[in-house]
Each structure stands twice: as structure tokens, then as C-alpha cells.
Write a protein that binds this ligand. Sequence first.
Ligand code: TXA
Ligand code: MG
Length: 376
Amino acid sequence: MKTEYVRLDPQHPDPEVIRRAGDILKNGGLVAFPTETVYGLGGDALNVEASGRIYAAKGRPSNNPLIVHIADMEHLPTIVTEIPEKAFALANVWWPGPLTMVFNKRDIVPDTTSGGLSTVAVRMPNHPVALELIRAAGGYIAAPSANTSGRPSPTLAEHVREDLDGKIDMILDAGEVRIGLESTIVDFTDEVPMLLRPGYINMEKLEEVLGEVLVDPALSGGNADGNMRPKAPGMMYRHYAPKAELTIVEGDEAAVVEKILELAANARKAGKTVGILAADETAGAYSDYRVRDIGSRRTDKEIARGLFKALREFDRDGVDVILSESFETPRMGGAIMNRLLKAAGNRVISARGDGPFGPKNFDPKGPSPRAVYNEP
Ligand code: TXA
Ligand code: MG
């Protein structure tokens, strides 16, 4: 299949292109498009065959459900059975935006879209291209992140092309995304709302609107074995993984720098190429190595936006080993570390000298959020 690649103005997309892309979706085809979080791989959410094609193009297990993207609030009751007051309140504040909410689904949503679950995840993205495309497609686009399953999510259209060229009908390129990490997912199918995936909207922001919010125990490993089944099936899989072996080093700043330099020297001695992922504040210390400075710890927005891109760039460089500082920043630290730990398969070394350790308890409000990578 030839993949058509079109550049668009992110604020004022050409209506003719949007109409054509909408037609492709209405006919069961696949179009990758920008959102404010990451690029999505869109198909008609109400078309059984379209979701089948999405799974095939991504190489994704078909029991991992897709998020349905809508552009207008009045489309929500068509696909879900019940919308709790609190969900309305959260939508009021955060939709359109980097928020996905899980509800009980109506039969109109095919089981292929919901991965066989009786629930459906819904999001209203905050991006003019996404919103206009959803409307042009008839109102409901199923869209996972537009990467090959297991690879870092795409924050540029070029990343989509890298993974999906020849496998989908069209890629809409509107430049780099704003946020760079996937949406926060909150489940509303039980009495008390539950966080299933951390994102730009952190626990503090959720609690401001919702009051009590539970955290899926699987985010912290849940039990001593760390093998509890997460409520968001996708959180179970190896994710975001670069080809190189990635290790996170955590601890006090000076100790981390020292430990990374030691590990890097050892790897180099063993004949391996080393890449280092560091914050602005400390990147200068590693100038002997291939270092990627992904932004300041003070403005963690840059770190969030640059993380997946940096992992892909290390792949392109062909490094054997990646050593990463840990980024437990105040606002998005929980989400950043959730993705980085998955990418590292939870390989963490403490620079304080107590060696590699297993999952610690995840305190979403605390300074050291942890998640666990469970082998599927
Ligand atoms: O920011 C985002 O959410 C991006 C953009 C494209 O909107 N999309 C995205 O989709 O990240 P995806 O498929 O890569 O991740 C969706 C996650 C998976 O972990 C999946 O298991 C979970 O949402 N999910 C989907 N439907 C669910 C449901 N009914 N219940 C629980 N989790 C669900
Ligand atoms: Mg994904």
C-alpha cells in the first residue's frame, strides 16, 4: 500500500485535505493524525474491520483495547451507557484535552474496538486537526498511538512514517506534538474513580475536581510479586522500548552523575557504544559520550515532550547501551517515570550504592513515583 503523506497547518488545516482524510476513514481506511499528546493511528471506531486493520498495522495484540476519540460532547451518550456526575465535571475542566475516561459501553461499539471488554475508553483531543478529522469521519475515531507495538510513541509525523509507512493510507503531518506523553486515563466504571495511566493531568489535578481518586494497584506492582493485572490492558505490555539496553540511575544528583560515568566507562571498555539521557542541569558532565539533553528539570514539559524522540534517536544512532538519569520532576514526574521505567524494563540502579532493586511502592503524590513492567 502506498502511504500518502500530507503537511498541514496545525491551527488551520486545509479543509479539502481533512475531507479526503475523513472519506478514507469512512471507507474503513487508516489515517495517522496529530493530537496534543502523541500521534494517533485512526480508524472508524464503529467499523469492525477498521479496528482489525489498526491491530494489524501496529502488530498489536487484539485484546488491548483502543481509545475512541470524539469531538463533541453530544456524541458521548451514543457510545456509553452511563456518565457519572464526576465524569461530567472532569470533562468540563479537561475536555478537549489529554484526558481519557473509561465507561460501560453500548453495543454500537464493536468488541474489536474495546478489545473484548464491556467498557470503552473515550477521549476528546485538544488539537484542531484531530477535532476536524473526527467530525469529517462521522464522529468516532479509534486511535492508539501511531507506533509499531512496543516502540516509543510518535511525537513527530516522521516517527509515524518510520513505523507505519506502506501499512496505512495516509499520514497527516502538523509538526511536533505539545505534550509528548499519552493521555491520563481515569476509570469511571466503579464507585470511586481510578487512575489507570498517569499523564499530563496528575493526581493533584484530578483530586482538585474529583476528590478521592484511587490508583490502579497494578501501577505500583500491586503486590510483592509485582504481577497484578492492570485494568488498562496496555499497561501490561513492554512498551516504548529502544533497541539498546536502557538502565535508569537514580539518587542524588552528584551520585547519579558519578555512577553513570562509571557505568559508561565500563560499557565502553567492553566495546559497547553508550548513549546518555540527561537533564539540562547535568548533561555537561557527560561530554565524553553521546549525550542527549532533554530539557530542564524545572520545566518538565520539555522532558515529557522530548523523551520518546530521544529514545528513537538513540535507536537511529545504533547505541548498544543507554544510561538515563531519573526524572522525578514535580508536575509530570509520575508520567515521565512510568514511561521511562517501562522502556527500561524496570532496570534501575541506585547511585546511593544499594545496587539494583525491585519495585517500590508507587506514591503518586510522592517524589519517587514507580511503576512496574510486567512481562505479558
Ligand atoms: O494520548 C493518548 O491517549 C493517545 C492519543 C493518540 O490519543 N492514544 C493512546 O492509545 O495512547 P493507546 O492505544 O496507545 O493506549 C491506550 C491505553 C492502553 O493501555 C489500553 O489498554 C487502555 O488505554 N484502554 C483502552 N480501552 C480501555 C478500557 N476500556 N479499559 C481500560 N483501559 C483501556
Ligand atoms: Mg500506545
